[in-house]
Structures are given as C-alpha cells and as structure tokens.
Ligand binder design. Structure first.
Ligand SMILES: NC(=O)c1ccc[n+]([C@@H]2O[C@H](COP(=O)([O-])OP(=O)(O)OC[C@H]3O[C@@H](n4cnc5c(N)ncnc54)[C@H](OP(=O)(O)O)[C@@H]3O)[C@@H](O)[C@H]2O)c1
Length: 308
C-alpha cells in the first residue's frame, strides 16, 4: 500500500450530523489517555460505559454522565465498540481473556502502545472470540484528544473502521492504514522516531547556544523553529530519493556536509559541549563518503541503515 494513493483514509475531526448515528462505546482503562478518550466521547454525545482496574478513577466521568461497568465483561456487553487503553499488551491480553465470549460481535479498538507483531497476535486472538479488531496509534497527548491537531492512526478490520469511523474521529483526525493490524503501530513508532531525531537536534543546539550565554528561548522561537520548518520542506524529496534508491545531489552533496562536520565538532569542543548525540549520524555520513558516495545527497545514508 502506498500512502496517499488509495489505502490511506483521512477523515475530518467533526462528523456530519446526517451520517453519524450515536454508537455505544465502552472505554476500558482510565489512565490519563483513557480518561481523555472517554471525556471526548461524552462531549460528542455517545453513550459511554467506563471501566478501570482502580474503580475510583471512573468517578469524575460517571459524574459527567458515563455509565459504570462493574467488570471488563460488563463493559464489553454494554457497547458495540470497546476501546482499550492501558499500559501494555500483556494487560490487554489479560483484559480480553477476562471479557472472553462477551466480546462476540463487538469491535475491539486497542489504543495501547505496542509493536506490529503484538498487534497482529492480539488481532488473531480477538477474531477467534468472534469480534473484530482495530489497532490504533495515538499521535497526541491527552490534552489534544478531541481537538483538530490530534491524529490517530488505525489499521485492522476495514468493515469495522468504515462502520465506526464517526466514533473514531471524535478522538481526532482518523487515518486508516489498511487491514494489516501491524500497520498502525509501525507508522506510530516511525513517527515517534522522526520526533526523537528532531528533539536530538534541538537538544544539541540548545546546549551550544546556552554554552555561549545566549538566550535559548529567543534563539528557538526566532531562529530555530522557522529554520526547521524550512528544512522539513526537503523531506518529501528525500523520501522520493529513498524510495527510488537514487541519490543524485541537488546542491548540498555529502562530501561538502562531511567537511563541515569538523567545524561543528570543533565548536562543541571549544564550548565544552558534548557532540555524542550527533556522532552516530556523522559517522554514518563519513562512511557513506568513504564508500564513494560523496557526490550524492544525504538521503543515501538510509542505505547504511537498511538494505531492501
Ligand atoms: N499519555 C500520553 O501522552 C500517551 C500518548 C500516546 C499514547 N499513549 C498510550 O496510551 C496508553 C495509556 O497511557 P496513559 O497515559 O493513559 O497511562 P497511565 O495514565 O499510566 O494509565 C495506565 C492505565 O493502564 C491501567 N493498567 C495498567 N496495568 C493494568 C492491568 N494489568 N490491568 C488493567 N489495567 C491496567 C491503569 O489502571 P489503574 O488506574 O488501575 O492503575 C490505567 O488505567 C499507553 O499504552 C500509552 O503508551 C499515551
């Protein structure tokens, strides 16, 4: 499946009134995220049943109109859609085991973080119980749930996504990635990877600017954020190079960038700032040049990380 050319389905955050029958939904797991999900469902007018291992966490939601389930099985019986958001997959397996046959005919939407293989294994188990399975990756913090900036990636049962997209888009923009349950967690983890790379760059520049006694906040808002925005415009081209495995330079070849690394590392030493955060990337760039690809673009480094 290629994103943006068929399998990917994005839906707006606000459902249309004509096509949104109010579904009954249960939310199992009322930590920070589960509470935000249940809260958004209540605000959207869905009949919402809640269950949490520590029952007191349900109290504020019950005060807002949620129905309290006495067990996971009761939560499963109460709704068409059972949203599960707990700490890890071991917990989800225990909850699915506890609900057992009461999940028959339901759609389980698991928004607990995990790996693609864990998602596929759980999908098989849920299907065996006569239920449908959707895995979800939440690209948001609890305060963003229900707001347009929240994004949730889904994969798994296509009929389940189609039937319940109005409910799912209550949480934020709902993007469907296909019927392989492992797709959503894979894309979730890939997006987190991109985020941590950006944070690594920020931490290194903040340390440099602070070491010089300059104003890190002003540097960040006035200079770094606009610069990073400008640099993100290069990513689609780099992605196209990566897809083709062809890295002809567009003007900033790798050998030139590697030559500038000495200056970057020298500045770190002069300022007493460690360069260990960027060292692994710099080493890969040097290796790529040593392998004879100095006239190509930076995107070719991906060939040292993964060979198709
Ligand atoms: N918070 C975020 O910013 C964020 C963002 C994206 C994705 N997520 C994902 O969302 C999931 C939940 O995160 P959270 O922030 O809500 O965590 P949290 O505030 O720590 O809550 C954890 C929840 O899991 C429940 N739980 C833990 N072990 C359990 C078990 N063995 N049986 C039943 N319930 C159990 C807890 O129940 P008790 O109340 O009884 O302890 C609680 O409801 C995680 O997979 C997380 O990675 C979170």
């Amino acid at each position: 499946m290629r994103l943006g050319t068929g399998g990917l389905t994005a839906t707006p955050t606000t459902p249309s009134k004509e096509t949104s029958p109010m579904s009954s939904v249960s939310v199992v797991g009322l930590g920070a995220m589960g509470t935000a999900l249940a809260d958004a469902l209540l605000s959207a007018g869905h009949t919402t049943t809640v269950w949490n291992r520590t029952p007191a966490k349900a109290d504020p939601l019950v005060e807002r109109g949620a129905l309290r389930a006495g067990s996971v099985a009761e939560a499963a019986r109460a709704a068409d859609v059972v949203v599960v958001c707990v700490l890890g997959y071991a917990d989800v397996h225990a909850l699915v085991d506890a609900a057992g046959d009461d999940l028959r005919g339901r759609v389980v939407v698991n928004l607990t973080n995990g790996s693609p293989d864990e998602a596929r294994e759980l999908a098989d188990k849920v299907r065996t119980l006569g239920a449908e399975y959707l895995d979800g990756g939440i690209m948001a913090v609890p305060a963003m749930i229900g707001r347009p900036e929240a994004l949730v990636l889904y994969s798994g049962s296509t009929p389940a996504f189609e039937a319940h997209r109005e409910v799912l888009q209550v949480f934020g923009r709902a993007v469907y990635l296909g019927d392989d349950a492992g797709r959503a967690p894979l894309h979730d983890l890939a997006m987190l990877t991109g985020m941590y790379g950006m944070f690594a760059g920020f931490l290194q520049s903040a340390a440099l600017v602070r070491s010089a006694g300059a104003d890190v906040e002003e540097f960040t808002t006035a200079l770094l954020v606009p610069w990073l925005h400008a640099m993100t415009s290069l990513l689609p081209r780099m992605a196209a190079q990566t897809a083709k495995g062809a890295y002809a330079t567009t003007g900033s070849n790798l050998a030139m960038q590697v030559a500038a690394q000495d200056t970057l590392e020298g500045l770190g030493r002069a300022q007493g700032v460690s360069t260990e955060l960027l060292a692994p990337l710099f080493d890969l760039m040097r290796r790529r040049v040593a392998d004879g690809h100095g006239e190509e673009d930076l995107a070719g480094v991906v060939e040292l990380l993964h060979r198709p």
